[in-house]
Design a protein around this ligand. Structure first.
Ligand SMILES: C[S@@+](CC[C@H](N)C(=O)[O-])C[C@H]1O[C@@H](n2cnc3c(N)ncnc32)[C@H](O)[C@@H]1O
Length: 228
């Protein structure tokens, strides 16, 4: 069941990604020139996307994959190019619009605007959630994973913001700004806490691989939940 905190974070994220940061996000995920700082983020995100994709079967033909919080769609496109039947969903309609425009023709991608937990999306072989849960607290992340695990037969690969001293300090400094000026905070979590919550919430699943990627101003960690 969706918690009140999940609904409240989701609503802030929708406003932020659909309106406030839509153009910035569109630019970051393109080949357009960006500042040196953003270039480090772009490079880190490219490595993260490659890591997540490398944890999926090489041949995805006939497999149903959910890209949960697809943004402008780069991961969905690469998965579909490897044969997956992709459902790519995001609450930010403006980003899904960009994703649809960028997508090469002939791929099996069902672009949708909405919540990744929508039960009408059906069952999946694999789910990926790259950097789409990093703004939720750990207990909501694990609630989302548990709900997705119930309808996933292979694996879920998601990322979280590891509680490094730098990210924790940035999170705390962010709290000093007036609420109206803030982008939704990235909420750091420890791997240990997520492992504990995940194994309690999903006794039939197990934590598989995990990999941290750090590149300049980008730090994120992938974790695989094996549901098979
Ligand atoms: C940091 S962006 C990452 C986008 C994409 N996965 C990528 O790596 O390029 C996070 C995305 O997650 C989406 N998102 C957050 N919560 C969501 C939810 N509950 N359902 C669907 N999308 C969500 C946001 O709208 C945003 O586009």
């Amino acid at each position: 069941m969706m918690t009140a905190t999940y609904a409240s974070y989701r609503s802030k994220l929708e406003t932020y990604f659909d309106r406030t940061a839509s153009k910035t996000w569109e630019q970051l995920t393109s080949d357009a020139p960006v500042s040196r700082i953003r270039a480090t983020v772009r490079a880190g995100r490219d490595r993260m996307r490659a890591t997540i994709l490398s944890w999926l079967p090489a041949d995805l033909s006939g497999l149903r994959l959910l890209d949960a919080g697809c943004g402008t769609g780069a991961l969905a496109v690469e998965a579909a190019q490897r044969g997956a039947q992709v459902v790519a969903i995001d609450i930010a309609g403006s980003l899904v619009h960009v994703a649809r425009d960028r997508s090469p023709p002939g791929l099996s991608i069902d672009w949708k605007v909405g919540d990744m937990l929508d039960p009408s999306l059906g069952r999946f072989d694999h789910v990926v959630a790259m950097d789409s849960l990093i703004h939720y607290p750990a207990f909501d992340i694990v609630d989302v994973l548990r709900s997705l695990a119930d309808r996933t037969s292979g694996s879920i690969v998601y990322t979280f913001a590891p509680a490094t001293p730098m990210l924790t300090a940035m999170h705390n400094v962010g709290k000093l700004f007036p609420r109206s000026d803030r982008a939704p905070a990235i909420i750091p979590a420890t791997e240990r806490l997520l492992r504990t919550l995940a194994s309690n919430a999903m006794p039939h699943a197990r934590v598989g691989r995990t990999q941290r990627i750090a590149s300049g101003f980008y730090t994120s960690q992938a974790m695989e939940i094996v549901t098979a």
